[in-house]
Write a protein that binds this ligand. Structure first.
Ligand code: CUA
Length: 156
Protein backbone atom coordinates (compact mmCIF):
# COMPACT_ATOMS: atom_id res chain seq x y z
CA UNK A 1 0.00 0.00 0.00
CA UNK A 2 1.53 3.32 -1.04
CA UNK A 3 1.79 6.24 1.39
CA UNK A 4 -0.54 9.17 1.02
CA UNK A 5 -0.64 12.75 2.17
CA UNK A 6 -0.07 13.07 5.88
CA UNK A 7 1.40 9.58 6.12
CA UNK A 8 4.27 10.66 3.90
CA UNK A 9 5.02 13.56 6.21
CA UNK A 10 5.20 11.28 9.24
CA UNK A 11 7.33 8.72 7.46
CA UNK A 12 9.67 11.60 6.65
CA UNK A 13 9.63 12.80 10.24
CA UNK A 14 10.45 9.32 11.55
CA UNK A 15 13.24 8.91 9.01
CA UNK A 16 14.68 12.31 9.95
CA UNK A 17 14.52 11.50 13.66
CA UNK A 18 16.25 8.17 13.08
CA UNK A 19 19.05 9.87 11.16
CA UNK A 20 19.45 12.54 13.86
CA UNK A 21 19.45 9.89 16.57
CA UNK A 22 22.05 7.71 14.86
CA UNK A 23 24.10 10.79 14.10
CA UNK A 24 24.02 11.78 17.77
CA UNK A 25 25.14 8.28 18.75
CA UNK A 26 27.98 8.34 16.25
CA UNK A 27 29.02 11.80 17.41
CA UNK A 28 28.96 10.72 21.07
CA UNK A 29 31.06 7.65 20.26
CA UNK A 30 33.50 9.85 18.37
CA UNK A 31 33.76 12.36 21.21
CA UNK A 32 34.17 9.62 23.83
CA UNK A 33 36.73 7.94 21.64
CA UNK A 34 38.71 11.16 21.47
CA UNK A 35 38.37 12.15 25.10
CA UNK A 36 38.93 8.95 26.98
CA UNK A 37 40.91 9.12 29.08
CA UNK A 38 42.10 12.59 28.21
CA UNK A 39 45.16 13.88 26.46
CA UNK A 40 47.43 11.17 27.75
CA UNK A 41 45.96 8.05 26.23
CA UNK A 42 47.34 4.82 27.50
CA UNK A 43 45.97 1.54 26.32
CA UNK A 44 45.98 -1.72 28.21
CA UNK A 45 44.74 -5.16 27.36
CA UNK A 46 41.93 -5.77 29.88
CA UNK A 47 43.00 -9.43 30.11
CA UNK A 48 46.39 -8.35 31.37
CA UNK A 49 45.47 -5.23 33.33
CA UNK A 50 45.72 -6.88 36.74
CA UNK A 51 49.23 -8.19 36.17
CA UNK A 52 50.61 -5.37 34.03
CA UNK A 53 49.29 -2.44 36.04
CA UNK A 54 49.78 -3.99 39.48
CA UNK A 55 46.97 -2.32 41.41
CA UNK A 56 48.09 -0.77 44.67
CA UNK A 57 49.43 2.26 46.47
CA UNK A 58 52.95 3.53 45.90
CA UNK A 59 54.51 6.51 47.64
CA UNK A 60 56.84 7.98 45.02
CA UNK A 61 58.00 10.91 47.18
CA UNK A 62 57.03 12.14 50.62
CA UNK A 63 53.30 12.91 50.44
CA UNK A 64 53.12 12.04 46.74
CA UNK A 65 51.36 8.88 45.83
CA UNK A 66 50.58 6.91 42.75
CA UNK A 67 47.53 4.74 43.20
CA UNK A 68 46.60 2.19 40.57
CA UNK A 69 43.03 0.93 40.73
CA UNK A 70 41.41 -1.76 38.64
CA UNK A 71 37.64 -2.18 38.59
CA UNK A 72 35.61 -5.17 37.61
CA UNK A 73 32.15 -6.43 38.35
CA UNK A 74 31.82 -5.73 41.26
CA UNK A 75 34.90 -4.74 43.10
CA UNK A 76 37.65 -2.20 43.15
CA UNK A 77 41.22 -3.49 43.50
CA UNK A 78 42.52 -2.52 45.93
CA UNK A 79 39.42 -2.00 47.99
CA UNK A 80 41.27 -0.16 50.77
CA UNK A 81 43.62 2.70 49.96
CA UNK A 82 45.61 4.07 52.87
CA UNK A 83 47.49 7.35 52.50
CA UNK A 84 49.72 8.89 55.15
CA UNK A 85 49.95 12.70 54.99
CA UNK A 86 49.08 12.83 51.30
CA UNK A 87 49.66 16.02 49.33
CA UNK A 88 49.05 14.83 45.82
CA UNK A 89 47.71 11.53 44.55
CA UNK A 90 47.90 10.41 40.97
CA UNK A 91 45.22 7.83 40.28
CA UNK A 92 45.61 5.45 37.37
CA UNK A 93 42.41 3.62 36.64
CA UNK A 94 41.19 0.92 34.34
CA UNK A 95 38.46 -1.69 34.13
CA UNK A 96 38.50 -5.35 33.22
CA UNK A 97 35.01 -5.78 31.85
CA UNK A 98 32.56 -2.91 31.51
CA UNK A 99 32.49 0.81 32.23
CA UNK A 100 32.69 1.70 35.90
CA UNK A 101 32.78 5.07 37.65
CA UNK A 102 35.41 5.73 40.31
CA UNK A 103 34.19 8.33 42.76
CA UNK A 104 35.57 9.30 46.14
CA UNK A 105 32.52 10.67 47.92
CA UNK A 106 32.99 14.16 49.31
CA UNK A 107 35.92 15.00 47.01
CA UNK A 108 36.27 16.11 43.41
CA UNK A 109 37.63 12.72 42.33
CA UNK A 110 35.14 11.28 39.87
CA UNK A 111 36.34 9.40 36.81
CA UNK A 112 34.76 7.16 34.23
CA UNK A 113 36.78 3.98 33.94
CA UNK A 114 36.81 2.16 30.61
CA UNK A 115 38.15 -1.29 29.82
CA UNK A 116 41.13 -1.00 27.51
CA UNK A 117 42.13 2.48 28.66
CA UNK A 118 44.08 3.84 31.57
CA UNK A 119 42.54 7.04 32.91
CA UNK A 120 44.73 9.34 34.95
CA UNK A 121 43.66 11.98 37.39
CA UNK A 122 45.69 13.90 39.92
CA UNK A 123 44.05 14.74 43.20
CA UNK A 124 45.47 17.64 45.17
CA UNK A 125 44.49 16.50 48.63
CA UNK A 126 43.10 19.31 50.79
CA UNK A 127 45.26 19.71 53.92
CA UNK A 128 42.23 19.21 56.14
CA UNK A 129 41.19 15.95 54.47
CA UNK A 130 41.48 13.08 56.89
CA UNK A 131 39.67 10.01 58.04
CA UNK A 132 37.80 7.53 55.90
CA UNK A 133 36.26 8.40 52.55
CA UNK A 134 33.85 6.12 50.78
CA UNK A 135 34.69 5.04 47.24
CA UNK A 136 31.71 4.10 45.09
CA UNK A 137 31.01 3.06 41.54
CA UNK A 138 28.76 5.61 39.91
CA UNK A 139 28.21 3.95 36.55
CA UNK A 140 25.59 1.22 36.56
CA UNK A 141 27.52 -1.99 35.89
CA UNK A 142 25.11 -4.79 36.62
CA UNK A 143 23.43 -6.58 39.49
CA UNK A 144 26.19 -6.01 42.02
CA UNK A 145 26.75 -2.35 41.12
CA UNK A 146 25.74 -1.18 44.60
CA UNK A 147 28.26 -3.57 46.20
CA UNK A 148 31.15 -2.01 44.32
CA UNK A 149 32.67 0.21 46.97
CA UNK A 150 35.89 0.78 48.82
CA UNK A 151 37.64 3.18 51.14
CA UNK A 152 40.31 5.81 51.10
CA UNK A 153 41.84 6.20 54.55
CA UNK A 154 43.79 9.37 55.14
CA UNK A 155 46.06 9.38 58.17
CA UNK A 156 47.46 12.68 59.41
CU1 CUA B 1 30.95 -0.79 38.80
CU2 CUA B 1 28.81 0.18 38.96
Amino acid sequence: MPFHGEEKIWVGVVAAMTIIFLGALAYAAWVIGLQVPGGDVQLVDPQKALTELRPGVREIAPGRYEVTVVGRMWQWFPRNITLVDPVEVKFRLTALDVIHGFQIVGTNVNVMVFPGYVAEITWKVPPDAKGTYLVICNEYCGLGHHEMYGFVNIIR
